[in-house]
Design a binder for this molecule. Structure first.
Ligand code: SF4
Ligand code: SF4
Length: 97
């Protein structure tokens, strides 16, 4: 799969700490999140029956839709409002350069 655009509002994607986190204690390896996300963010480790966040930078900035697909509430995201503030500040800083 080709990676999504590598900037968001002019900010290099790599500088934006937005991606899902999986609580591996809670993950039962059902694969719902893998099927749900169209961007190949997750990969299932079938031997371990756990999911890995294999391509975190493919996660769409501020998307958190797959959290609801998890039957065990194992998926969390950074705080959206905090992230929006971060993006605003970093964007302004980059534009001033
Ligand atoms: S939040 Fe959206 S883009 Fe990110 S992993 Fe979940 S479904 Fe995929
Ligand atoms: S949906 Fe939840 S339990 Fe299922 S593989 Fe993904 S993180 Fe694990």
């Amino acid at each position: 799969m080709s990676p999504q655009a590598r900037t968001y509002l002019g900010i290099p994607r790599e500088q934006i700490p937005w991606a899902p986190r999986v609580d591996l204690e809670a993950c039962i390896g059902c694969g719902e999140c893998v099927s749900f996300c169209p961007n190949g963010v997750y990969a299932l480790d079938e031997a371990e029956q756990k999911v890995a966040v294999a391509n975190p930078m493919n996660c769409v900035v501020l998307c958190n839709r797959c959290a609801a697909s998890c039957p065990n509430d194992a998926i969390t995201f950074p705080d959206r409002e905090e992230t929006k503030r971060f993006l605003k500040e970093l964007g302004a800083k980059l534009r001033a350069q």
